[in-house]
Design a protein around this ligand. Structure first.
Ligand code: TXA
Ligand code: MG
Length: 332
């Protein structure tokens, strides 16, 4: 199949909405990462998402809506705390897991009794959902296991020829996926840290807790798979900044082949190696992380040393993704 790639315009959004209504697949920008959208009420269309991405069938999709009140057509129940989070963070980078209504296809929820819902803030995403007049099932628009796409080029690289259309809206603003929370009668639990920080959430619901799936049966099925991985082996090095730098300098010097170094805090002489800096601010690290993991592959390195970052604020999500990308974590 030929994949149409078009810049975001009113016309291209209309064409994209027609493709969605016919059961096709359209990648589109959101404020977090690019999503791969299909009609979220059509099981066959949703099945095409799994095929295009090579996504395991037990990993549910989230539904994207254009207006807050559309959540009531999808969720059987919206607990009070979920309502407060919607009021505080929608539109935006927060996915809320809620008990699902029966008409949502099995394949969308991967057989669970719940459904994830998010109202994105990106104008093109909202315009597409509104033009289609449907909730869009949309995982990140990468091939399963690869870093999430923050540019249309990343989508084309992974899924070109496998999907109908890519709407190119330039670089996504945040660069990390939404925060996934589950809201039940017992309270609110973070299943995937993301663009909305734990501190932000606790400003609205003080006793939010974190469950990122260290247990045998993670609650967000997606969190159990190897993820965000470049082809290169990633070694995450954590500890005091000077010791981290010393470890990475020694390891790089001992390697005959060029290595990749992903730095947040320390300077390195590049010499034979490829040194990429995530940037000083946490927002920069979030925005650059996935593109840099892909860049190491493009430059052909087979091993990447990544510095750990401070886990406060957005750093929690950055470290979560680095931890999932890494084959090995070294504490120095
Ligand atoms: O920012 C984002 O969330 C992006 C953009 C496109 O909206 N989407 C995204 O979707 O990252 P995806 O499928 O790559 O990640 C969704 C995560 C997965 O880890 C999945 O297992 C979890 O949410 N999830 C989805 N539905 C769930 C449910 N009913 N219960 C528990 N976890 C769920
Ligand atoms: Mg994903």
């Amino acid at each position: 199949m030929d994949t149409i790639i078009e810049k975001v315009t009113e016309d291209s959004i209309k064409r994209a909405a027609e493709i969605i209504k016919r059961g096709g697949l359209v990648a589109f920008p959101t404020e977090t990462v690019y999503g791969l959208g299909a009609n979220g009420l059509d099981g066959e269309a949703a099945a095409r998402i799994y095929t295009a991405k090579g996504r395991p069938a037990d990993n549910p999709l989230i539904l994207h809506i254009a207006q807050k009140n559309e959540v009531y057509a999808l969720a059987a129940e919206v607990p009070a705390e979920a309502q407060r989070l919607m009021d505080a963070f929608w539109p935006g980078a927060l996915t809320i897991i809620l008990p699902k209504k029966a008409h949502i296809p099995e394949i969308v929820s991967a057989g669970l009794e719940t459904v994830g819902v998010r109202m994105p803030s990106h104008p093109a995403a909202r315009a597409l959902i509104a033009a289609a007049g449907l909730p869009l099932a949309a995982p990140s628009a990468n091939a399963s296991g690869r870093p999430s796409p923050t540019l249309a080029e990343h989508v084309a690289h992974d899924l070109g020829g496998r999907i109908d259309m890519i709407l190119d809206g330039g670089a996504t603003e945040c660069g990390l996926e939404s925060t996934v929370v589950e809201a039940t009668a017992e309270g609110v639990c973070v299943l995937r840290p993301g663009a909305v920080t734990l501190e932000d959430l606790r400003g609205v619901v003080p006793d939010v807790w974190l469950d990122t799936g260290s247990t045998a049966a993670p609650k967000a099925p997606g969190m159990k798979y190897t993820h965000y991985s470049p082809l290169a082996e990633v070694i995450l090095v954590t500890g005091a900044p000077e010791r981290v730098a010393e470890y990475i300098r020694t390891a790089a010097a001992a390697s005959e082949a060029p290595v990749g170094i992903l730095t947040a805090r320390n300077g390195y002489d590049s010499g034979k190696d490829i040194v990429l800096s995530l940037g000083a601010r946490q927002e920069d690290a979030a925005a650059n992380l996935f593109a840099m993991l892909r860049e190491f592959d493009r430059r052909g390195v087979t091993r990447v040393y990544a510095e750990g970052v401070d886990e406060r604020g957005l750093g929690l999500a950055v470290m979560n993704r680095l931890g999932k990308a890494a084959g090995l974590v070294v504490e120095v």
